[in-house]
Design a protein around this ligand. Structure first.
Ligand SMILES: C[S@@+](CC[C@H](N)C(=O)[O-])C[C@H]1O[C@@H](n2cnc3c(N)ncnc32)[C@H](O)[C@@H]1O
Length: 269
């Protein structure tokens, strides 16, 4: 094998970096579905919904590379190498990631590795968790009367403390969506209030977004941490903070429409 980008091996295969959406299979894009059906191999993560995986033809090879709790099945470097090897072996690879590959999905890192190796690639956007969760929770992320700015941040921590640009986050009329924020919700809310955010600001934790068992815990920045259940029992969850969260009192629709077969929201994992 060689690293030269113009070798026949490098030209033969390709990688489609595909967003699988937040869970429900009918939120997949048509392009994602077509590529999954054409793929020789699908390399997927833990957050790809089970119903989405059912759309991969049974004869297609599938490789799970995701993370189970805090243990990675493969490291990021190993995943990058695997994608390069599969493409160099002439395969059409679908690299399937939960949500959108460019939103906290390490999609950029994987593309850098492919570019470096001279492997052809393209990217298919997916509905990111914030959009899927907000739609299904009845929370319009922007609203002319309440929020003109929308920020996506990660609450991922190394040692229990979230480090973010707090003065920027407490500005008025904005909605904050925190990915990977459930674990640090206590510290997150405390830091926001310490930087001047009104403790009465509406806040919610939205778990298992777009699945039939999506759950929204709506509270305020002051009270949300006390209402979040044991982290070990939580599915994937987002924290959403801002006045728009208060609108769900009037706009939540999922509970009333969960049985509508036309919506076909994702089944339990
Ligand atoms: C590594 S990030 C991947 C985000 C993904 N690329 C996206 O665009 O949605 C994983 C985090 O996304 C959020 N997430 C993903 N799917 C979710 C879902 N169905 N419901 C709630 N949060 C979800 C959670 O905060 C989870 O910890």
């Amino acid at each position: 094998m060689t690293d030269h980008p113009e070798t026949p091996q490098a030209a033969a295969g390709r990688v489609h970096l595909v967003g699988a959406g937040p869970g429900a299979a009918d939120l997949l894009t048509l392009r994602a579905l077509r590529l999954m059906q054409l793929a020789d191999v699908v390399v997927y993560d833990r957050l790809v919904g089970p119903e989405v995986l059912e759309l991969v033809p049974p004869q297609t090879e599938t490789i799970f590379v995701g993370k189970m709790r805090d243990r990675h099945v493969l490291s990021q470097a190993e995943i990058n190498r695997l994608l390069v090897e599969l493409a160099r072996a002439g395969k059409r690879v679908v690299r399937l990631k939960g949500g959108d590959p460019f939103i906290f999905g390490r999609g950029g890192e994987e593309l850098e590795a492919l570019a470096e190796a001279g492997v052809a690639f393209d990217v298919v956007p997916g509905i990111t968790a914030a959009l899927g969760c907000a739609a299904h929770a009845g929370v319009p992320l922007t609203h002319r009367d309440h929020a003109q700015t929308l920020v996506f941040v990660t609450g991922h921590t190394k040692d229990g403390e979230v480090e973010l640009d707090w003065p920027a986050l407490v500005r008025p009329h904005q909605t904050i969506v925190v990915y990977m924020g459930a674990k640090a919700v206590g510290s997150l809310c405390a830091r926001l209030m310490a930087h001047g955010l009104d403790p009465a600001t509406p806040a919610a934790l939205i778990e298992n977004g777009t699945y039939q068992h999506q759950r929204t815990i709506a509270a305020t920045v002051a009270t949300l941490p006390g209402q979040v259940p044991d982290q070990r029992l939580l599915g994937p969850a987002l924290v959403v903070i801002g006045e728009v969260v208060g609108l769900r009192a009037r706009l939540a629709w999922l509970a009333e429409r969960a049985d509508d077969p036309a919506l076909a929201t994702g089944k339990a994992e």
